[in-house]
Design a protein around this ligand. Structure first.
Ligand SMILES: *Cc1c(COP(=O)(O)O)cnc(C)c1O
Length: 464
């Protein structure tokens, strides 16, 4: 079924030239990169879908804000502008800027987690899982079962399985659960949204057992758009009202601001209730000083704080969000026509291709999703990333390769960057790879890997 492309609610003022290598050149580049697309030079990539993180195009207002950044070490006006914007949108008493999402995790998570404890999430993102493990605790995913079937179309496939959550809490004992984390949208499950109802029910379980509730908030605006579109009772609420309500159920948030706030660098921690969390906020401030810098800049330049304050509002704009999710819907409809399987319905920040469906003959131990990423680079200079067993890594206790719930090749779409014609190049490349998929007999093997977050650095080779 054809889906009409939602026209851009902006026009282009600055352009960044791209070049396309020949197939032969690409073949050389990917081999030199050890078949790990993180090692490719960006200039050797035609369409870069590695991530939607920090790859956003800023507006003229944000660039103007860059010039107004106050670079004072302490108490910069840009800091206060950011705090006012974030308090206005999220309704939280304390806001701490940090340089990116994982910095928020590094500062906050060890205050709740240590050896012997568990953190439970609808699904941990890779850096969040890593920081849980680095704190000595263990991470448990608890997503609704329909999320695990990419071809099953259901709304809010990012939701927490609330019944299972309560079961897990009882099994381990509430005192062992340091934190419950709700990732919105659920990145690892395909940018799938979480409903207000599910956030409310999860919060109620946390309250019942006295467990702190944290939102991993990278894509809070895209999540609110899906709520407005699909959740009964929310069609007439504004995006900002929906964001407010979602955050009202949690105790705190950690955020990578490199996603929905449409900047290139930034992050935040929020604590809802300033009064009852005085000690926690003091600890956040001291850890921020240790790792990030003074709490009024948190590892960011004044100009970054300024762009972030402006981007917070731009990310909530209805026309922008319709266009943004519209790009995913356009891609998804083309893939439907071609019989390409992806996590459906399509999520908010990319299309997650089901590599198991593309290469049913390649086992998870040969990383089919990474193999598909390599093929898309060969085909059209497209760079995307594995969200599967290759990314998941080894069991921290046994060292054995873990089997991921999915083998996704994620086509993450940067915000306000690529045009309809670029999307058509992506579609054509995926269809071409699908045509020759049965001839690609094997995946890849790892020849070297670091102990944690290996997918950024590992060396691979094709299995002959
Ligand atoms: C990107 C992301 C993070 C980590 O943020 P960085 O800014 O990359 O450090 C954490 N959680 C989620 C859900 C993310 O998407």
């Amino acid at each position: 079924m054809a889906v009409k492309y939602v026209p851009e609610p902006f026009r282009i003022k600055v352009v960044e030239p791209l070049r396309m290598l020949t197939r032969e050149e690409r073949e050389k580049r990917i081999a030199a990169a050890h078949y790990n697309l993180f090692y490719l030079k960006s200039e050797d990539v035609y369409i870069d879908l590695l991530t939607d993180s920090g790859t956003n195009a800023m507006s003229q207002f944000q660039w103007a804000g860059v010039m107004q950044g106050d670079e004072a070490y302490a108490g910069a006006s840009s800091y206060y502008k950011l705090i006012d914007a974030a308090k206005d949108i999220f309704g939280y008493g304390y806001i701490q800027p940090v340089h990116q999402g994982r910095a928020a995790e590094k500062v906050l998570l060890p205050l709740f987690l240590s050896e012997g404890k568990f953190a439970i999430s609808n699904m941990f993102f890779d850096t969040t899982r890593a920081h849980v493990i680095l704190s000595g605790a263990r991470a448990i995913d608890c997503v609704v079962p329909e999320a695990l079937d990419p071809s099953r179309r259901a709304p809010f496939k990012g939701n927490m399985d609330v019944e299972k959550l309560e079961k897990l809490i009882r099994e381990h004992g509430p005192e062992k659960i340091g934190l419950v984390v709700m990732t919105i949208t659920n990145n690892s499950a395909g940018g799938q949204p979480v409903s207000v109802r599910n956030v409310r029910e999860t919060a109620a379980v946390c309250k019942k057992y006295g467990i702190p509730f944290d939102i991993d908030a990278a894509r809070y605006a895209e999540n609110a758009y899906f709520i407005q579109r699909d959740e009964p009772g929310y069609a007439d609420k504004s995006i900002k009202e929906i964001v407010r309500e979602v955050f009202s159920y949690a105790d705190m948030f950690t955020m990578s601001a490199k996603k929905d706030t449409i900047v290139n660098m930034g992050g935040m921690i929020g604590v809802k209730d300033e009064k009852i969390n005085e000690k926690l906020i003091l600890e956040i401030k001291s850890r921020c000083i240790e790792f990030e810098g003074l709490y009024t800049y948190g590892g960011l330049a004044g100009r970054d704080l300024e762009a972030l304050a402006i981007g917070l509002y731009e990310g909530l704009d209805d026309n922008y969000l319709r266009y943004r999710v519209g790009q995913m819907e356009y891609l998804a409809a083309k893939f439907d026509d071609a019989g390409v399987i992806y996590q459906s319905p399509v999520g908010g920040h990319g299309v997650f291709l089901d590599a198991t469906a593309m290469f049913p003959h390649i086992p998870y131990t040969e990383y089919p999703a990474q193999a598909l990423c390599v093929e898309l680079y060969r085909e059209a200079g497209i760079r995307c990333c594995d969200i599967g067993s290759y990314m998941l890594g080894n069991d921290p206790d046994t060292g054995k390769q873990l089997k991921a719930d999915f083998e996704f090749s994620r086509l993450a779409i940067p915000r306000r960057v690529y045009t309809q014609a670029h999307l058509d190049v992506i579609v054509d490349a995926v269809i071409e790879v699908k045509k020759r998929a049965s001839g690609i007999k094997h995946g890849l093997r790892i020849v070297w890997e670091p102990p944690i977050l290996r997918h950024f650095q590992a060396h691979l080779e094709p299995i002959k």
